[in-house]
Ligand binder design. Structure first.
Ligand code: AMP
Length: 434
């Protein structure tokens, strides 16, 4: 499936191709045609799924289709509400970049900054407004915005808006916009409060969901374990052996790294197989079948090779190395915690990877708790080195330099130096204080 086949107009296709997107993501494939038809949407999707383009592209197209020359100030026709300033700014950037070849005007308003420049822009007239609820109401009370001509309303991250206590503000906004409109509600979770809000807001909505690649499905516990690069294998063996895990999916950055790690684990007495693009399809199918049948305990994979791995009760995923591309982290942790099962996703992080960790935390918009195992504390004298990706490895192909680091992974243990492997599962841990 291509963007062309979704029925998007040429200006949008051009913008999408300039962004470098080749194929629509699952949420885009589902949502775009429905929104173009004018349907209300209840969307279950998180950051990292491409949801923003999923609602912004068809929204722009519908505004173009219903554009009519108006005398005087152009009316505001689309309102996009977000819980946070950061998200508002990000959504507005998307509106600007997907709409760059269209004659539509947009702006963004959020609190914490001066209201006057925002007023100036609103008074000139915009087609699309991205806003946080509180500041939007300030503008309403100062009469810098008129919500009576809204055709399309988007609520992004609706669950977070409710968590942050915006329900009253949202209801005030709703009272000001026409009932006859298209409403798109996106939420990562469908709590009873969200369902109630959706019931009030949406008219026979289409449900679109991409549960499988959820960034932070609540059933997945995420943790990082700071450890020196040279000691990762030892720690991994200790974790698997000490906790008696029977089915573990481990991600490495390179094919060579996957092979080597599987060999080393086998030497440690932990049955393992590697799966990656250089293996024949037969070997890959066999390795996967053996893993699913619990004939091997560990499957070591590069991210690309693991895309098709779908095992409902896979309890443990380990990122032996962090991926170069933050989105790949989301894919990897999405391999566990499926179909309502609990899952644990852990990442072994050395000093070279702190920048990658920061990118991931920025993408998933949360800090991942860090637990340092006693006896595996990172040596603070080790300096970061550029990451060697091998050829055709996982994720991007550029080498990253790590010139500066403003944080070290984990607190050194007060009782360092103990190399006892069994410590890895005894709960003698140090939480990162942040
Ligand atoms: P979102 O879930 O909307 O926050 O998007 C996550 C990231 O995916 C953003 O960096 C987008 O630029 C990117 N993205 C969105 N759609 C696509 C696509 N079809 N192909 C590749 N990247 C995309």
């Amino acid at each position: 499936m291509s963007f062309e086949s979704l029925g998007l107009r040429a200006e949008l296709l051009r913008a999408v191709s300039e962004k470098g997107y080749n194929t629509p993501s699952p949420i885009q494939l589902q949502a775009i045609p429905l929104i173009l038809e004018g349907r209300d949407i209840m969307g279950g999707a998180q950051t990292g799924t491409g949801k923003t383009a999923g609602f912004t592209l068809p929204l722009l197209q519908r505004l173009m289709a219903s554009s009519k020359p108006e005398k005087g100030r152009r009316p505001l026709r689309a309102l996009m509400l977000t819980p946070t300033r950061e998200l508002a700014a990000q959504v507005h950037e998307s509106v600007q970049s997907y709409g760059k070849h269209l004659p539509l005007r947009s702006t963004v308003v959020f609190g914490g900054v001066s209201i006057n420049p925002q007023k100036q822009k609103l008074i000139k007239g915009v087609d699309i407004l991205v806003a946080t609820p509180g500041r939007l109401l300030d503008h309403v009370s100062q009469r810098s915005v008129d919500l009576s001509k809204i055709d399309i309303l988007v609520l992004d991250e609706a669950d977070r808006m409710l968590d942050m206590g915006f329900i009253r503000d949202i209801r005030k906004v709703l009272a000001l916009i026409p009932r006859q409109r298209q409403t798109l509600l996106f939420s990562a979770t469908f709590s009873s409060d969200i369902k109630k809000l959706a019931n009030d807001l949406l008219r026979s909505p289409a449900l679109v969901e991409v549960a499988k690649e959820n960034v932070a499905v609540d059933s997945v516990t995420q943790v990082i374990h700071p450890v020196d690069k040279k000691r990762k294998r030892e720690l991994l063996s200790a974790l698997i052996g000490g906790n008696n895990w029977q089915q573990v999916l481990v991600f490495t950055r390179t094919k060579h790294g996957a092979n080597r790690l599987a060999e080393q684990l086998n030497t440690d007495g932990i049955s393992s197989a590697a799966i990656h693009g250089n293996k024949s399809q037969g070997a890959r199918t066999r390795a996967l079948a053996d893993f699913k049948a619990s004939k091997v305990r560990v499957l070591v994979a590069t991210d690309i090779a693991a895309r098709g791995i779908d095992i409902d009760q896979l309890p443990h995923v380990v990122n032996y190395e962090l991926p170069n591309v933050a989105e790949d982290y989301v894919h990897s942790i999405g391999r566990t915690g499926r179909a309502g099962n609990e899952g644990e996703a852990m990442s072994l992080v050395c000093v070279d990877e702190l920048k990658l960790l920061k990118d991931i935390e920025r993408l998933i918009k949360r800090d991942i708790p860090s637990v340092t195992f006693e006896g595996y504390e990172p040596d603070p004298s080790i300096k970061p080195e550029p990451i060697n990706n091998g050829r055709g490895g996982r994720g991007g192909n550029g080498q990253r330099k790590h010139a500066s680091h403003n944080r070290r992974g984990g607190q050194p243990s007060a009782r360092g130096g103990n190399n006892n492997r069994s410590k890895a599962n005894t709960g003698q841990r140090h939480q990162r204080g942040r």
